[in-house]
Design a protein around this ligand. Structure first.
Ligand SMILES: [Zn+2]
Ligand SMILES: [Zn+2]
Length: 342
């Protein structure tokens, strides 16, 4: 089959002779209809990723049609359109027992990695816990948004005050804008987005942001304080993964508020916080990672019910042959996500 291989950081090759995946008795093989580019893939392309040692197939946001299945799979049939995430928890470990399935150490043992390909094997744990039938009315591109949306829905669910009047989202990439959509859908009146690129901030407005701040030109914290009557926002979502921005996020949150740290920083980095703000202003810093099956289910419902229009996040379509060039372009600020159509 045809598939993209991340040969080493900075080098992707589209090959015609990659082995077809084979379904075990409880697995399925999906003929990929759409796979989305993602910040994690970009990280792997730029500097390598410990969960994707090269050379490796990659791409993990996908939807498609069941092409083959193991003889014990009963809930799906060949030819059925499906949408899925790429991991699932074991359901039996210390963390799974404590409803922290997102921290299950077995999550990444059986990932469905390699969606930039004609076919992808989805392992039994994922088929059981995190794969859903795709509704007819939902485009394959939008259905492929299930994975990033699940991360966002999980993270927002960890904020104690996420439905308050105002929320700040720092970072106007696809993840930041998914936050905007979900927060607006939840009924948050004032969603403020801070970013650095006009194209992305315009897209933020399109998907529902009430106020956008270009932090290259404006002082983001001052703008947030002004928009919130000097109090700061009850909840701030950090979606850049930059240590300096993790620190800046605390200057935008109100007393008693919560900063949700969504964006993962490079390994080994550290941050410093003003103890006075944390203690006397009673600020919560909440790290969030990945998703639980419950978050996937809620995200599926949002997409299946048509309650989110995620199409503004998809810049355009590319073929497998165009993936290497798409990743070079993806470094630009005038794109969000590409839909790779094998
Ligand atoms: Zn992703
Ligand atoms: Zn587990």
């Amino acid at each position: 089959m045809r598939a993209c291989v991340l040969v080493e950081p900075g080098r992707i090759e589209t090959r015609d002779d990659v082995d077809m995946p084979v379904a075990g008795p409880d697995d399925v093989v999906v003929a990929v209809k759409s796979a989305l580019t993602c910040g994690t893939d970009l990280k792997a392309y730029r500097r390598g990723h410990h969960l994707m040692p090269p050379p490796t197939l990659f791409g993990h946001e996908f939807s498609g049609v069941i092409a083959d299945k193991g003889n014990r799979v009963e809930q799906f049939s060949v030819g059925q359109p499906v949408m899925s995430v790429h991991t699932a928890p074991c359901g039996e470990c210390f963390y799974c027992d404590r409803s922290l399935q997102n921290l299950c150490p077995h999550l990444t043992e059986t990932m469905a990695l390699g969606a930039y390909a004609e076919f992808l094997r989805v392992p039994a744990t994922v088929v059981d816990a995190n794969m859903y039938p795709k509704p007819d009315g939902l485009d394959y591109r939008e259905a492929a948004m299930l994975e990033p949306l699940s991360c966002v829905v999980y993270g927002i669910g960890q904020a104690p005050d996420a439905t308050s009047d105002s929320a700040v989202v720092i970072g106007a990439g696809a993840i930041g804008l998914l936050h905007v959509m979900v927060l607006k859908e939840m009924g948050v009146k004032q969603v403020i987005v801070s970013g650095r690129h006009d194209y992305r901030l315009e897209t933020a407005r399109k998907v529902g942001a009430d106020l956008v701040i270009n932090s290259e030109r404006e002082h983001a914290t001052e703008a947030v304080l002004e928009a919130t009557g000097g109090h700061g926002s009850p909840v701030v979502f950090e979606c850049t993964g930059l240590p300096a921005v993790w620190e800046e996020a605390v200057t935008m949150v109100g007393r008693g508020g919560c900063v949700v740290l969504f964006g993962g920083c490079p390994g080994g980095t550290t941050v410093t916080y003003d103890t006075t703000r944390l203690h006397y202003d009673q600020i919560t810093l909440k790290g969030v990672f990945h998703y639980t099956p419950e978050a996937v289910r809620r995200s599926y419902q949002l997409l299946a019910d048509g309650r989110l229009d995620v199409t503004p996040l998809i810049t355009g379509d590319r073929t497998l042959e165009e993936v290497p060039e798409a990743f070079r372009n993806f470094l630009g600020s005038n794109t969000m996500k590409f839909a790779i159509i094998p």
